[in-house]
Design a protein around this ligand. Sequence first.
Ligand code: G1P
Length: 288
Amino acid sequence: MVIRKAVIPAAGLGTRFLPATKAVPKEMLPVVDTPAIQFVVEEAVAAGLTDVLMVTGRSKRALEDHFDRVWELEATLEAKGDTDKLRKVQESTHLGDVHYVRQGDPKGLGHAVLVAAEHVGNEPFAVLLGDDLIDPRDPLLRQMVEVQQREGGSVVALMEVPHDQISLYGCAAVTGDGDVVKINALVEKPPADEAPSDLAIIGRYVLSPTVFSVLRETPPGRGGEIQLTDALQTLIAMEPVHGVVFRGRRYDTGDRLDYLKTVVRLASEREDLGPPLLAWLREWLPQQ
Ligand code: G1P
């Protein structure tokens, strides 16, 4: 069955970025000059998933505004003949069909995905987590969609991480050592000495709709939250679950230091900002 729908959980409180996230959703924090969420929606659309459902919560109205039109601003820019800025303003409104649903109770990632059940219906769909940005030059999601179409069941993105970081992620035990592996077990944030591998789940999933019935029966797990990883562990006994091992460029915006690294790295690759930024860094760093 063709995959058309993407679900983006975006109800998190973003407490790691307070006070910036007191009134502004963390998904709206700029990566150079573009809100992180725009990159995620662009990635879904580039993989052919033009129906995007955002699972939001209170104080997330800026997300809806960002993907809507701003007539006054567009008219002003048009009158001025500033086509460059006009294009930037309109970019986010021309992306796919964006829908919104509220999560209500913050009961975890698994619960956020379950809230999408009604919209998704009985077809496979993708889940994209906003804290992970995948470089558009390394089209992971498209590859995951292809694997799902070939193998059926569900597909999870994996990436090898340093052993001392595996406890920050869902972790997979797999068979095979190529780019596509069979997943035998999944465990959410295991202590490093209990982790079955150093393969971490990064925030991209292509899921069979069977996951909804499993999530309904999944009790709260780690942190008292309904964990998507726990539901996928149950799903392994019912349907194939594959992993795509990603070796491309991934940028983390989930905590402050990683966010800063991402901004500097992406700015340094930009034609307009890169050369002056790098020149300044070269001059400034030796003085530190
Ligand atoms: C979530 C998932 C975890 C996954 C991670 C990827 O955790 O529960 O399995 O490895 O996203 O970013 P979170 O980072 O939301 O705590």
